[in-house]
Design a protein around this ligand. Structure first.
Ligand SMILES: NC(=O)c1ccc[n+]([C@@H]2O[C@H](COP(=O)([O-])OP(=O)(O)OC[C@H]3O[C@@H](n4cnc5c(N)ncnc54)[C@H](OP(=O)(O)O)[C@@H]3O)[C@@H](O)[C@H]2O)c1
Length: 125
């Protein structure tokens, strides 16, 4: 299923867990840079703040958050540096405080729909 820090899919994940279904996440960066994708994850201020504090990239913070939710994930890149960057998420973790901040970025479906008021007001404050 599609999932990222801005579309956390909590209810669906709870259902899958209850049914013993293992989740694989696609488009965790919301297909950043493609014609059909969105830049909302890469533009998210919360992710930028965390990335700056940790010396990581926004993509790495996003992918690490997804990984920490106990799912597997598929991220795609044609660029060798970004492939390595995307793989470099396994020897560090988000703190409890950083993870708690991510909860505030949650909003309804990202692809093709406007961001929630909550997300807009949170990131613009
Ligand atoms: N099963 C399904 O229904 C389904 C649906 C959608 C997608 N998928 C699959 O899921 C995989 C990933 O999804 P996706 O390609 O749609 O979206 P994605 O992985 O979220 O985003 C890919 C885009 O992000 C860029 N990117 C990758 N790493 C980056 C980084 N570290 N920093 C900045 N930009 C970065 C890539 O550009 P560069 O190549 O220039 O790095 C590419 O334009 C694909 O293999 C896709 O086929 C499956």
């Amino acid at each position: 299923m599609e999932m990222n820090p801005l579309w956390q899919q909590k209810k669906l994940r709870e259902l899958f867990k209850e049914k013993g279904i293992i989740v694989t996440v696609y488009s965790p960066l919301v297909a950043e840079g493609t014609l059909w994708g969105k830049s909302w994850v890469m533009d998210c201020e919360v992710l930028h703040e965390t990335a700056n504090q940790k010396g990581k990239t926004v993509a790495q913070v996003c992918l690490r958050w997804v990984y920490e939710q106990g799912v597997s994930l598929l991220v795609k890149s044609f660029n060798k540096e970004r492939m390595n960057e995307n793989l470099d998420i396994f020897d560090w973790k988000l703190s409890a405080e950083e993870s708690a901040k991510m909860v505030l970025t949650n909003c309804s479906r990202v692809f093709g729909m406007a961001r929630s008021d909550h997300y807009t007001s949170f990131t613009s404050s």
